[in-house]
Design a protein around this ligand. Structure first.
Ligand code: SAM
Ligand code: SF4
Length: 341
């Protein structure tokens, strides 16, 4: 394959990442947004639903393939498909199969609101999906309805059971912590995790350009959950060298595990291991960065491969040490549906 010289090999023969920055961080993990559209109305993300803006379409399969090949040549080996809601893409199965075939890609994950799991998960798995994250902010049906605008918890739970039956190697559930809306459910989550080998990730609500008021009212520090976990005998696992920013907890009496994602905690950005590409092909160095780097013009032809690789690796020096959330700087991100979370 042309450009294979970009694939550096470690002694063990696996690709090493050339995607690294001046702060000692490397980025083997890419989050690719497939669409900004979503059918849910999560109150912290798209409370009024998605409204198309008439701008150009989202990346097509051929553009995605060129993009992923270039990142993989630089050592990226894990890709997460996200959105908006990625399962709204009619060509999702084809996209999964395409990225799973790219040499060097070892893990193909998706983050979804789960609305299409019962029908489509077997097809995605057959196409090469290896890991699943489902957003589920509450285990109580009426609360789930109130938070997401959709009364669909039963089918989402059905999808999670199916994922386990199908033997997906990683099943994680994302729950955004919201003061007084879902912050009393830890005992129910514990019961949920007792027999199920899944991981629930409690995510601190992040302030974005559009949700300042909501954030003010509902943000909850994850420290309270950590205290409850440790009081109940859960222990923080030692961090793997290549782990991302989540802190992982386990307990001998439970099959499942808990992850805490606390973007306002000290040193959160120190372990950043990911880069993001928007549905329109902009490289974003940070979830809350002030700029995007247009890659789409270089995704139109295989002949631009070298220039694409040079643009990606040449921009990493601009990645800041950390986000500016503590100063209320949310960058150019109006909501996480615009970049994929
Ligand atoms: N629609 C898919 C879903 O909800 O799983 C994928 C995109 S969504 C933007 C990705 C993740 O970001 C979800 O788990 C969602 O709960 C989370 N998220 C969205 N807005 C957030 C915010 N302001 N703070 C923290 N997490 C947020
Ligand atoms: Fe849609 Fe996901 Fe945002 Fe909810 S969090 S509105 S499901 S993009």
């Amino acid at each position: 394959m042309p450009g294979e010289q970009h694939q550096p090999k470690s002694r063990g023969g696996t690709a090493m990442s050339q995607l690294s920055d001046g702060f000692g961080r490397s980025f083997p993990y890419m989050r690719l947004s497939l669409t900004e559209a979503c059918n849910f109305r999560c109150s912290y993300c798209l409370p009024d639903g998605y409204h198309a803006d008439g701008r150009p379409q989202f990346l097509g399969v051929a553009e995605i393939e060129r993009l992923v090949r270039a990142f993989a040549a630089l050592g990226m080996h894990k890709i997460r498909l996200t959105g908006g809601e990625p399962s709204l893409r009619k060509d999702l199965e084809q996209i999964i199969a395409t990225v799973a075939r790219v040499p060097g890609i070892r893990k193909v994950a998706i983050t979804t609101n789960g609305c299409r799991l019962p029908r489509l998960l077997p097809l995605w798995q057959r196409a090469g999906l290896t890991a699943l994250n489902v957003s589920m902010d509450s285990l109580r049906r009426e609360r789930f309805h109130a938070i997401t605008g959709h009364d669909r918890l039963p089918e989402i739970l059905e999808g999670i059971e199916l994922a386990q039956q199908l033997g997906l190697s990683s099943v994680k559930l994302n729950a955004v912590l919201l003061r007084e809306r879902n912050d009393d459910e830890l005992p129910q989550w514990m019961e949920f995790l007792r027999e199920r080998p899944v991981s629930v990730r409690f995510i601190e609500l992040m302030r974005t350009g559009d949700n300042a008021e909501f954030f003010q009212r509902y943000h909850l520090d994850a420290e309270g959950v950590i205290n409850q976990l440790t009081a109940a005998g859960w222990q923080q696992r030692p961090r793997a060298a290549d782990a991302g920013p989540a802190r992982e907890f386990n307990h001998p009496d439970y099959c499942g595990t808990v992850g805490i994602i606390a973007p306002y905690s000290r040193d959160f950005c120190k372990d950043c291991n990911r880069l993001r590409v928007t549905a329109r092909g902009d490289l974003r160095l940070c979830l809350f960065g002030d700029f995007g780097i247009a890659l789409r013009p270089l995704l139109q032809s295989d002949q631009d491969r070298e220039a694409l690789i040079a643009r990606i690796s040449g921009q990493l020096g601009l990645k800041a040490a950390g986000h500016g959330l503590h100063q209320g700087n949310t960058g150019i991100t109006p909501h996480l549906a615009s970049i994929g979370g």
